[in-house]
Design a protein around this ligand. Sequence first.
Ligand code: AMP
Ligand code: MG
Length: 324
Amino acid sequence: MKVLGIESTAHTLGIGIVDEDEVLANQKDMFEPEEGGIHPRKAAEHHYQHALELLNNAEQEADIEIKEVDGIAYSQGPGIPQCLDIGAVIARSLSIKHDIPMIGVNHCLAHISIGTRTTEAENPTTLYVSGGNTQILDFRKGRYRIVGETQDVALGNALDKLARTLGYPHPGGPEIEKLAEKTDDIIELSYPIKGMDLSYSGLVTEVQRKVGDFEDELLANSFQEHAYAVAVEALERAMAQEGSDEALLTGGVAMNSRLREMVEKMCEQRGAKAYVPPPEFCMDNGVMIAHQGMLELKAGRKTSMENSGKMPNWRPDEIEVIWQ
Ligand code: AMP
Ligand code: MG
């Protein structure tokens, strides 16, 4: 079985093609704002403009024609509505043109599935940290339960905001990481964890107000230490509650070496194992959508035309997991 996957939830338009054994194509293009964050309409325009080119490249890379695939999967949500529309339109067009079934998949679950597929994790507690999402998830009784999450902005978004204040372009996470590596010192900030939930918006404001009073690297390092510590604390508590001995760290912020180190250290102390997918599958990509689509198609799920619309606020715990 071959499945094509379309990722378009935010900054990245990704087209992936997979079969059971391997990745046949992994094409992507990222919207890079000239200023500010991700402008929904401009990001959607970017996806629209690059769609044909990426589809053609994917066909060439995989050495097949799109009409040969068995399913067209796309990120149905959650994400930026204008961007989701583009993915859904591409999926519908290809589905109608070639008479191939569509599978609208949940972006968060796709991150987890590709994470367990590309690592040795079997049933991990997941810390999913990206530009738009920050969630801790556990698989229990047929569903991925969200056991902790941010109450406001996502961790990646918080890093991007802080970086922007410091004068760096989007995406800001890697810039904050580079700055933070220049010092081991930290200043004390709020520690924003409430039960199992996190909150990053106030922490960003707190650090933004200190810009100019302290060195940028000290602020970056302090932000990282506090922001990552709360996420890892919630992850550890979720693992303790669940009796889990595997952690999966994924999403774009999983690229961060300090966060990885903190998750690894926590797992080591608990006698658990920490897993992180390869970088190209931590960031948004079409392959994970194709892979998720294949799992669901094999389990018998298809998306009808009337149910194919975007679901910007689709939570992963709304989905009954029929594929494992
Ligand atoms: P995603 O939405 O999963 O594609 O992830 C994008 C987010 O990951 C953006 O907010 C980036 O700033 C963030 N990110 C990427 N690389 C790093 C890094 N090395 N450290 C921290 N955040 C990062
Ligand atoms: Mg993502």
